[in-house]
Write a protein that binds this ligand. Structure first.
Ligand code: CU1
Ligand code: CU1
Length: 288
């Protein structure tokens, strides 16, 4: 039977405690850092050569859907009552709202070095030392809202702008496309400042610290953010039933994107699963 992913603001005290406890146990076992490592490994930009799977590509959504499922399975082996909650940042928009509480993810980083010093993931607690990263910092960092150069979380209207596009993605299937649901949600824009970061990307920027860049999985908010992105994809699928993942077929001979993006029925590395097979999650989990 399918299990439920809940809005993080609706979790009971017990559910909060069990979610945090399972994350800390996964970290203690060394399994959590494998997820961090994998995300760094698949952090390939479209300026580079090779197949893009996780970012700047149509498979951004199915790749993270599968990535979350793997994490969730690992958590559920520790505590079968746990699922990944989602953070609706169109509603919980301040630095003191969920999930930034003592009993969940802790609060902002301190001004001097952005180190998170509150909650279960504070370095001094001894349970959350960063081991995989793109910098040498051993502690979790955050800069919620970017104090020195403030930005806002995306609004309902900005999310709706992505949601109402009925086409999943368009050629050349990368970070430069200005049409299509996928990049409007992933959020690679043009120009300078906060307009260049939309929806998904803007949230990474708003959290700041390790959430900016390939090692973003080091902040457990990564999962809550991506659970919401996954829910948004679900809602888009329901709203535009006649529309599906694109490209349906691999780009043709002579197309510069040939061999660089995953088509609907191709395997999505590193897994033995296709975007087609990941479109319907209803048999595994549902959103409340
Ligand atoms: Cu990612
Ligand atoms: Cu992300």
């Amino acid at each position: 039977m399918a299990y439920t992913r809940k809005d993080v603001s609706a979790l009971t005290r017990t559910e909060r405690r069990r979610f945090v406890k399972a994350l800390l146990e996964l970290k203690r076992r060394g399994e959590y850092d494998e997820f961090v490592r994998m995300h760094i490994e698949y952090y390939l930009a479209d300026g580079e050569r090779g197949l893009r799977t996780a970012h700047m590509a149509p498979s951004f959504l199915p790749w993270h859907r599968k990535f979350l499922l793997e994490l969730e399975e690992a958590l559920r082996r520790i505590d079968a009552s746990v699922s990944v909650p989602y953070w609706d940042w169109t509603r919980d928009r301040t630095t003191s709202s969920v999930p930034w509480t003592e009993d969940l993810l802790g609060g902002n980083g301190r001004p001097s070095d952005r180190q998170v010093t509150t909650g279960p993931f504070a370095y001094a607690e001894g349970n959350w030392t960063l081991r995989e990263g793109v910098t040498d910092e051993k502690f979790l960092t955050r800069d919620l809202g970017r104090a020195r150069d403030p930005i806002e979380l995306p609004t309902k209207d900005e999310l709706e702008w992505a949601m109402k596009d009925p086409v999943y993605d368009v050629s050349p299937w990368d970070s430069t496309v200005t049409k299509g649901f996928r990049n409007k949600l992933e959020g690679w824009g043009t120009g300078r400042g906060s307009v260049a970061w939309r929806n998904h990307n803007r949230v990474h920027r708003w959290v700041g610290g390790v959430m900016v860049g390939g090692a973003s999985v080091n902040d457990p908010v990564f999962w809550l953010h991506h659970a919401f992105i996954d829910l948004v994809w679900s809602r888009w699928q329901r709203r535009h039933r006649e529309h599906r993942y694109l490209p349906a077929e691999p780009p043709g001979l002579g197309d510069l994107q040939r061999g660089r993006v995953v088509a609907r029925h191709e395997k999505l590395p590193p897994w033995d699963v296709t975007p087609d097979e990941l479109e319907d999650h209803g048999g595994i989990y549902r959103y409340a």
